[in-house]
Design a protein. Structure first.
Length: 191
């Protein structure tokens, strides 16, 4: 019995597991040839374009120089910049000025080395809306490569967590207030 050719890895999922392309056009997401292949629901560039447009999370891609090359409708909703406002602009439009130097040091180091230390981590940082108000965002990043395997861009999938951040800050403040009250009740002579 001839053994089946081992499928090639065509991509790596966000959870770090490989996605294997099979000769029959199917994909499997585990050890090659040990599972039943599954058809991917998207079969065309149009479907992928639709996915990017309908997601609730922002998808932003910036090239090696930091110029924005993809800006989906969720990015517009979160940051206030239209696609035409954002395309070709620097990531500085959403990065607080006080953090820009640090951001660009890391960005250029990542582009030069082809390695990001944040590949599997959710990052939580401040950002800026078009109207100037502060945002709290959470995002993941991944490096995109050219055919010659050099890093050509970075993609970020971004979620606005401003409300959650403010709620958490208020809860922490309330806990601190209650702890102070408890200390005063436990030791009334120290007030």
């Amino acid at each position: 019995m001839a053994s089946a050719a081992r499928p090639s890895i065509s991509a790596v999922r966000g959870d770090g597991l490989p996605r294997y392309a099979r000769s029959d056009g199917n994909f499997c997401f585990c050890i090659p040839c040990l599972c039943k292949p599954t058809k991917l629901p998207m079969s065309s560039t149009t479907d992928l374009k639709q996915l990017v447009e309908v997601l609730g999370d922002a998808i932003v891609i910036a090239d090696a120089s930091g110029a924005i090359t993809l800006w989906n409708p969720a990015a517009e909703r979160i940051f206030g910049f239209t696609e035409s406002d954002a395309l070709g602009k620097s990531l500085d439009i959403i990065t607080p000025q006080r953090l820009q130097h640090r951001h660009w040091e890391g960005y250029h180091k990542t582009m030069a080395s082809g390695v990001t230390r944040y590949g599997n981590d959710v990052l939580r940082v401040p950002a800026v809306h078009k109207d100037g108000h502060s945002l709290s965002i959470a995002f993941t990043v991944a490096l995109l490569h050219d055919a010659d395997k050099t890093v050509s861009a970075i993609v970020a999938v971004i979620r606005d967590e401003t409300s959650r951040f403010e709620e958490e800050r208020n809860l922490k403040k309330r806990v601190t207030e209650l702890e102070i009250q408890l200390k005063k009740q436990a030791n009334p002579s120290s007030t």
